[in-house]
Design a protein around this ligand. Sequence first.
Ligand code: NAD
Ligand code: IPM
Ligand code: MN
Length: 349
Amino acid sequence: MKNKIVVLAGDGIGPEIMTSGLQVLAAVEKNCTRDFELEALPFGGAGLDEVGASLPEKTLKACQSADAILLGAIGGPKWENMVDAPEKGLLALRKALNLFANIRPVSVSSALMHLSPLKPAIVEGTDLIIVRELSSGIYFGEPRELTEQMAFDTARYQKAEIERILHSAFKIAQGRNKKVTSVDKANVLASSKLWRTTAEEVAKEYPDCQLEHQYVDSAAMKLIQNPKAFDVLVTENLFGDILSDEASVLPGSLGVLPSASHSVKGPSLYEPIHGSAPDIAGLGIANPISMILSVAMMLRQSFQEEAAAQAIENACDKVLTQGLFTRDLGGQASTAQFTDAVIQELEGA
Ligand code: NAD
Ligand code: IPM
Ligand code: MN
C-alpha cells in the first residue's frame, strides 16, 4: 500500500529546500519497505496567490487524510499585511490537525563545532530536544484585541493541555538521559503557575526521570552558557518558539534544524524550524539540511524507516565533514550542490 505524503512547499526558500528534501527522499525510497505517494498542494502565500486562501479547503482535506505532511516554510513581505496572512494558515493547520507536540532536536556534530559562534568547549557534545507546546497558549488564546491605542492577547492553558505535553516530554526523556527541564515564568504568569504544578504532578508518573524547573529568562542564558546541561526542555508555545531559534546558534545556523509536530492520533507534520528567509529566497543558496533532516524525522517517526532515516543523517554529516558548507555556515556551496553531495553519499553507501 502506498503511503500518502502531502507536500506543502510554501513560500520564499520553502520550494527550494523542498526540492532538496524530495530528491533525498527519492534516493532512499528504494531501500524503504514502503512506497510513498506525494501530493503537492498550495499553502501559505502560495495558497493566497493560487486560490485566495492561506489554508485552502482542498489542502486541509488532503492533510487530514495524509499519512504525513512535509512543509517547507511560509510567509514573506508580499503577504504580511493581509488579514488571511500565511502565518494564520500555518496556525490554522496546526490547530485543525491538533498538532500539540512540536519536537525540535538540537545537536552539534563535530563537523559544525568550529562554525558555532560559541567556543567549541561549550558546544561540543550538545544534544538536546526542545518539546514545544504548539496548539495552545498565547498563540491561540481568546479574547484578543488590537486597536490603535490598545492591544492584548490571552495566554491560556487548560490543565489537560499541559499534562499531555509534559507526558510527551517525559516519554522522550525515558529514551534518553531521563532529565526534563520545564521552562516557565511561574514567578509572574498565572498560566506558568499552573504549568509548574502540573509538571510536578506528571513527574510523579515517571520516577525514573528527573524534573527541574527554570524560569524562561534564565533558561535563555543557560542554553548558551552550558547547553550540555539540557536533555529534554519542555515549554509553552511562545517560549519554545523563541528558545528554539536561540538554540540554532549552537550548531551555527537556523538552516540545520528540523522539527516534527505530532497529535494524539492522525498525521504528523515535519518542517524546518526556520521561516521562508525572504532575504535569500530565489538565490539558490539556502541551506537544505533543515528540510532534509525533517524528511529523516518523518521516515523514522511516521513510517518506522529507521535505517533510511539514519542513512540520511549520516550522509549529511559526512558531507559536512568533507567541508562542504552553504553560505550560512561560511561556505560557498549552493543548495543544489549540497543536496547532490548528500545524494551521492547515499548512493555510494
Ligand atoms: P527566517 O527564519 O525566515 O530567517 C531568519 C534568518 O535566518 C534570515 O537571515 C535567513 O536568511 C536565515 N535562514 C533561515 N533559514 C535558512 C536556511 N535554510 N539557510 C540559510 N539561511 C537561513 O525568519 P524571518 O526572516 O524572521 O521570517 C521570514 C518569514 O518567515 C516571515 O514571514 C515569518 O513569519 C515566516 N516564518 C515562517 C515559519 C514557518 O513556515 N514555519 C517559521 C518562521 C518564520
Ligand atoms: C515557527 C514560526 C511560526 C511560529 C510562525 C511563522 C507562526 O516562527 O514555526 O517557529 O511562531 O510558530
Ligand atoms: Mn519560530
